[in-house]
Every structure is written in C-alpha cells, then in structure tokens.
Design a protein around this ligand. Structure first.
Ligand code: JFZ
Length: 457
C-alpha cells in the first residue's frame, strides 16, 4: 500500500517494552469510574430524562430536548453547589476494586460538562467550590495506589460550558484567539494533573473528535511530547490526537497514535486479526449505555456477571484488557447492582484469575466452548458453553511436547481424563484431545480447564 508522508505520526514506538507498558499488557481486568455532578440527577432531573436510546446519564446536560426547562443548562451548571458526597470513601471503592480483581482503574477527572474533580487553578468550576471542598482526585489516586491498583486519569478535552471552546475550526481572528486560549488552558490542566498526581500511570482521553481539536494537530503533537518528557513512562491511549490529515487513532499510514488502541468503547473486536498486534482495552457499561450514575435500571438489559466474564475472557484471549464501568451516585455510593457484580466477579477471579492475568493470545483454532488463554506452557480453556456429552475437544499443535496432555479443573485441581481423539480437518497442523468433564462436577458459571502442553502455542 502507498505510504503518505506523515509529519505528525506516532511519537513513540507502538511496542514499548518498559515497565508501565508491560504492566498494561498484564492487567486483564480494570475498573472505570465515572463520577461528577451528573451523578446528582442520576439520569432524571426536573423533567429532563437521559433514559433509553442513546441517552447516557453523564450527557444529561445535553438531553434537554423540547421538554427541558428553559434554564436547564444553568440549573445543571449549579448542581455542584449540592455536591456534598456525604458517603464518599475512596478507600472503600479501592478495597472493592481490589476484591473484584481489578489491576488498574480509570477515573474521570473532568467530563464533557467541564466540572473538575480536582482543585484546578485554571477554572473556578471545580471541587473546591462544592460543599465537599476536598480534592477527590487525590483521594482516589492515593487510595487505589495503597491497594496496589494502577491509576489512569480520564480527561475530556471538549467542554460544553466553556465559552472559549468551539467544535468547528476557528475562522475569525477573534475565534482563533479564543480557541488558543482554550488550548493553553487544556495544556495547563494536563500539566497540573501530572504535577499533582505523579504516581499515575496513564491518561485516558476523550472528547477529541471535534474539527477544532483535529485542526490543532501541531499543538497536540507538541503537548504529547511535553507530557511524555515530564512524566517518563506515561501511557497514552490512541484517542488523544490525530495526524495532519485528520486521521484519528491511527495515522494515515495505519500506525497507532499512542501506546494502545482506545477505540473499543462498548464493543468488542470480533477477530484477533482486527487488532493488528496492537495493545488495546475494551471499556464497558453494565447498562446498554450510560457511564454516570443511573438510578433506574428498569426496562433496560443490564449485563450479568456471566456476560461480563464472557467479555473479559474474550478480551484477554485477544491480548486486551477489559474495563468495567461503575457510576457512583451523588453521595458516593455504588449502585447496589454494581456492588453485587463486583462481589461475584471477585469470587470468580479468586478461583480462576490465573486464566486472566498476564496471559496471551493463542494461535489455536477458536473453541466453540469458550476462550483459550496461555501463560508459558500452560494452556487455559475457560468454558462458557458446557457440552452435553461432557467432552471438551481441544486442538493441540503438533509442536506441543507434552502429549498426552495433562488437564485439571482449575477450581478443584482435580485431574481430568484426557483421550486422544484425532478428529479434525487440520491433522497436519494439530492433533486433537478430548478432555472429559465429569457429570458430577457442577458449576453455576464458566469454569477453567488448565492444561500443560510443554510449549507455548
Ligand atoms: C465517550 C463519552 O462521551 C461518554 O460519556 C463516556 O465517557 C465514554 C467512556 O466516552 O463516549 C464515546 C467515546 C468514543 C466512542 C464512543 C463513545 N467511540 O470511539 O466510538
């Protein structure tokens, strides 16, 4: 394919091997937290509703429509005055995340509404002006660090309530001046975050899709460079900037713009090949959409623990991390269903986490029973679809040195009977083994078969 001349392409190699990137590759499970003043409405407020369809609770400021009171955005922009967060306890959140098995977390420092959860010097619309007053970002960063969970900061560039922001490319001298002011402000805030919270491992960018930001590629290129110099090892996703042709996530030659691909928002890659060997994460809501607190989950399909486990194993089987979102309410309490899912996930991970953390994609043919992962010469098959005949047939590459295969149930450590099957269309490449799952073994969720192959596959 023809290569274009790209001046504003990647600043770093897409395959960094430093400690932070290696840690990223091994996280497996992460937690996202969306918190801000939108947690107060919790998707219903003064006749304005953010329920159903594409309407997300953290977008309620924009969902007014015809039913909204005339001064709705003004009402919204004053919600911070009642952000008292009387039940907020960062240590409690961090403990829950730890028990769930999360290895990193992403926290919203500022969403599209522009409200900053840290006492930024560059805008008055921040936590210090609320009844709570204290620095929430600091409490979260410190509490998670104390639990050994890496912290990434979510930052929305676009701001709905900032008069200096505009979505279109600035045209007039006045507009250019205004938008330059906005860019300087954005740079100040980002450098401030790096100064204030030096233990963070990365930044998760959002709100970077507008034409104005895309046209500022020279500014964003320099800013990314500056942030990397200021904070060596910083991990930045592909959603920060674009090249001079407007290509986002990947430059015009298909090279990743950042350290990992950040396009998997409420969707999953179907095939490993789509990922082109890049690092990536999938971020997921429990309701269909809605990242901020939603008080009413009725009438919506909300994902179950089994759904989430399926997506988690699907992600790690393709070398990605899976990041589950939580949207605490205006007082700082998780939704009861989030509490329940966190507990159930944690219970599963305590038994089966070996099949999730630090594992890699295998080159085996896809299994109809579940997902393969591997670590060294250990092969894991997490079974979601238990066959009625009790036989889980696996392909073992000819290169495997340990045949017959040794198989155990990870949860009980019981050895399973393995029989040579030699059925398959690719017997030149693979040989087939049947792992017998006894009828007496009962499991209400997916279970893991751990096998030794004597060699990575
Ligand atoms: C954004 C936000 O608008 C949303 O509120 C939430 O914070 C989410 C994590 O990020 O929404 C997006 C961002 C990117 C895509 C879709 C929705 N995308 O790349 O398809």
């Amino acid at each position: 394919t023809e290569q274009k001349e790209v001046m504003y392409g990647p600043l770093v190699s897409a395959k960094r091997t430093d400690a932070n990137m290696e840690a990223f590759r091994n996280y497996g499970l992460g937690q996202f937290i969306h918190w801000g003043v939108y947690a107060i409405p919790g998707n219903e407020w003064e006749g304005v509703s953010a329920r159903g369809g594409a309407a997300a609770s953290e977008w309620i400021r924009s969902w007014g429509g015809a039913n909204a009171p005339k001064d709705w955005t003004k009402t919204y922009d004053n919600l911070y005055k009642s952000f008292s967060v009387k039940d907020f306890d960062a240590k409690k959140w961090a403990k829950q995340a730890k028990d769930m098995g999360a290895k990193y977390m992403i926290f919203t420092t500022k969403h599209h509404d522009g409200f900053a959860l840290w006492p930024t010097k560059y805008s008055d619309y921040n936590i210090s002006k609320t009844p709570y007053k204290k620095d929430i970002v600091k409490e979260v960063v410190d509490a998670y660090a104390a639990e050994g969970i890496d912290v990434y900061l979510y930052f929305s560039v676009l701001e709905w309530n900032n008069p200096d922001y505009m979505g279109k490319v600035p045209q007039t001298t006045e507009e250019k001046k205004r938008f330059d002011k906005f860019l300087a402000y954005t740079r100040n805030q980002l450098l401030e975050l790096l100064d204030n919270y030096p233990t963070i491992k990365g930044l998760w960018f959002d709100g970077t899709w507008d034409a104005s930001w895309k046209a500022a590629y020279d500014f964003t290129y320099k800013l990314e460079k500056e942030m990397r110099e200021k904070h060596p090892g910083l991990v930045i996703g592909s959603r920060f900037r674009n090249d001079e042709y407007g290509a986002r996530h990947f430059d015009s030659n298909g090279n990743l713009l950042g350290d990992y691909e950040q396009g998997w928002e409420r969707k999953m890659p179907k095939e490993y090949e789509w990922l082109d060997g890049n690092d990536w994460d999938a971020v997921m809501t429990i309701p269909p959409n809605g990242w901020g607190y939603m008080k009413d989950w009725s009438g919506l399909y909300t994902k179950t623990t089994d759904d989430i486990l399926d997506m988690l194993l699907n992600s790690v089987s393709m070398n990605g991390n899976f990041v589950l979102n939580f949207g605490p309410d205006g007082e700082g309490n998780m939704h009861p269903r989030e509490d329940k899912i966190a507990k159930e996930l944690g219970d599963w991970m305590k038994v089966n986490g070996e099949a999730v953390y630090g594992v890699r994609h295998t080159d085996l043919p896809l299994s109809k029973y579940g997902y393969y992962t591997q670590k060294g010469d250990d092969l894991y098959l997490t079974v979601f679809n238990r066959p009625v005949n009790g036989i889980v047939r696996i392909a073992v590459p000819k290169a495997a040195t340990q045949v017959p295969v040794e198989a155990i149930l990870l949860s009980t450590k019981v050895t399973l009977e393995v029989k040579h099957a030699d059925i398959g269309l690719d017997l030149d490449k693979n040989t087939y083994y049947d792992v017998m799952v006894p009828n007496s073994f009962s499991s209400s969720r997916a279970f893991v078969i751990k096998m030794k192959l004597g060699t990575p596959v």
